[in-house]
Structure formats: C-alpha cells, structure tokens
Design a protein around this ligand. Structure first.
Ligand code: HEC
Ligand SMILES: [Cu+2]
Length: 289
C-alpha cells in the first residue's frame, strides 16, 4: 500500500505541476472540453476504481491467509481470572491434561491453539513478540494461536483494563524444543509429589489447616479450591502472582504473609501463622516441582 500510495502521490504531483505550467505567465491554455472530460473520467474515476479493486482483492486473500487457524498442535484454554491467568492444556478430545497458571510453555516452531475466555470481566491476552492481542470475553470462547520462532522466555500482559490489579496481570511464555515441552507437559499432568520429610509433611498439614486449600488445588492433596491458581507444580514456576515477583523462597514467604502489600486489592487474604509453620509450608510448597 505504501508503494502504491507513493506512485499515486507522485502522479498527482506531476499532474499538478503540468497544470501550473500550462497557466504560467498569465496565458491560459485550457484543454478542450472533450479532453478535460476524458481526463476526469480516466484519472478521477477509472484509475481509482481499478486500484482500489486490486487492493481489495489482494487484501482479502492476505487477510484470509493470516486468519487461517492452525488445524493441529497443542490446545491451551486460557481463562482470565482476577488478576491472573488460568491455563488448561487440553487433549484432542477437549479433556484437561494439566492445569497451571501464569506460565505458558509452548514448543518452538509450532503453532499452539488458544481458546480464550473469562469468568469475570473482559481481559486481553497479549505477548507482543509472539501474537496479536485477543480478548477474553465472559460467556464466549475466542480462538487464536501463538507461535514462537525462537526458544526463549517472552513476557505477556493483560491489555484490557480489568480492575485494580490490571497492571500486575502479566504472564510469561516459555518457548522450548518439542522434547522439553513434552517432558514439561507430562510433569504438569502428574499429581503433586508426596511429601518426603517430616518438615514437608508438616507443611502439607499447615496448607490444609490454614485454609489455603479452600482456594487452591494441589492435586492429590486437596482438589476443592478454585479461587486461586493450581499449586500442584508451583515450585517449577518462575514467578508468583502473575509474573509480579520471582518465585524464590523469600518472595513466597512474603507473598503468603502479606499478599496485599505485593499486589494491593488482589483476592488472596493475608495469613498470620507461627514462624515454624510458615517455614514448613514454604518447604512443602518448595518441594512441589
Ligand atoms: C480466599 C482465597 C485464597 C486463600 C485462602 C489463599 N489464597 Fe493464595 N491466592 C489466591 C488468589 C486469588 C491468588 C492469585 C492472586 C493474583 O495473582 O492476583 C493466589 C495466589 C497464590 C500464590 C501464587 C501462585 C502463582 O502461581 O502465582 C501462592 C503461592 C499462594 N496463593 C499460596 C497460598 C497459601 C500458601 C495460602 C494459605 C496460607 C493461600 N494461598 C490462601 C487466593 C487465596
Ligand atoms: Cu486482565
């Protein structure tokens, strides 16, 4: 369009200067009425129509090519929550293989199909280096896809204002070779690792006693919690709270003790507990690879 527009612009300018030249020095040399009629019809009607029609035809076919959805590849259901992302990997029959949050893994060089929806307000899924924005709309499933040409960790962001913590509703996309992706996915599909020491066993108890399980699922420990992210493989994630802080023991302890300080207004309340209980809980959560 830039090239076509430039050519037309040059043509118009040339016509303008010819016109000016013809009137130069005060002596007008008007075209015959037949000549001006033909000029207007050819230059003002026929040429623009041909150019615009050609551009429409090319535009439609390019648009169709761009909008063709991939027919194969992994399927991820992306659900907008306040203010984090639930990610469910589906198999070909639409059955959930694994549920995770805020960190999407994808194989390099292969499209991954996305089914986006929201259970509250409108959000928008956007990893600027990998795809265009797609909205997550309550009561509707939008289809899109994402593809990375190079391995790496890409940042994404909710790009539709969705409430107080919209700015801290980020995510990361980890693009990795197919083998690594498959290993990751089969690990995510596993239930949580059994606690293997007294401390992690105690930590699991604390998780149940402190009410965490009312909001969080850890598969094989408690599966009723639905308000917060699935924590079954929490320790394998790089960040906490929708890419707000890195997933280190210190940040995790800070998050559990006072999530409102890190992300004011988010839906997780602070939990006050004995230091020894917190340490045990951190050891348990840290063991959930
Ligand atoms: C009332 C529900 C609720 C309770 C109770 C609750 N959480 Fe949360 N939790 C949430 C929500 C909602 C989020 C997501 C916050 C966000 O990112 O906006 C969250 C996030 C987290 C995260 C970050 C997960 C991630 O992948 O980013 C961890 C870890 C966590 N909670 C642990 C706990 C622990 C441990 C307890 C118990 C001491 C607990 N939560 C109690 C609702 C709850
Ligand atoms: Cu959002």
């Amino acid at each position: 369009m830039l090239v076509i527009g430039t050519v037309i612009m040059i043509g118009v300018l040339i016509a303008l200067f010819i016109g000016l030249g013809r009137g130069w020095g005060g002596t007008e040399r008007p075209l015959s009425s037949r000549g001006s009629f033909l000029l207007v019809v050819a230059g003002g009607v026929v040429t623009p129509m041909l150019v615009i029609m050609a551009m429409v035809i090319v535009g439609v076919s390019v648009g169709r090519e761009i909008a063709t959805r991939p027919q194969s590849g992994p399927i991820v259901e992306v659900i907008g929550r306040l203010w984090w992302w639930e990610l469910r990997y589906l198999d070909g029959d639409g059955e959930v293989i694994a549920t995770t949050a805020n960190e999407m893994h994808i194989p390099v060089g292969q499209p991954v199909r996305l089914r986006l929806t929201s259970e509250n307000v409108i959000h928008s899924f956007w990893a600027p280096q990998l795809q265009g924005k797609t909205d997550l709309i309550p009561g509707q499933v939008n289809e899109s896809w994402i593809e990375a040409e190079r391995a790496g960790v890409y940042r994404g962001q909710c790009s539709e204002y969705c409430g107080v913590q919209h700015a801290l509703m980020s995510f990361i996309v980890v693009a990795e070779p197919l083998e690594e992706f498959e290993r990751w996915l089969s690990l995510q599909a596993e239930p949580a690792t059994e606690p293997s020491s007294d401390e992690t066993r105690r930590g699991q108890q604390v998780f149940l006693e402190q009410g965490c399980a009312g909001c969080h699922t850890i598969r094989s420990v408690s599966e009723v919690g639905e308000i917060g992210p699935d924590l079954t493989h929490l320790a394998g994630r790089r960040t906490l709270a929708a890419a707000t802080v890195p997933n280190t023991k210190g940040h995790l302890g800070g998050w559990i003790s006072d999530p409102q300080r890190i992300k004011p207004g988010n839906k997780m309340p602070s939990t006050v507990m004995e230091p020894a209980d917190l340490q045990a809980l951190l050891a348990f959560l840290g063991s959930l690879e």
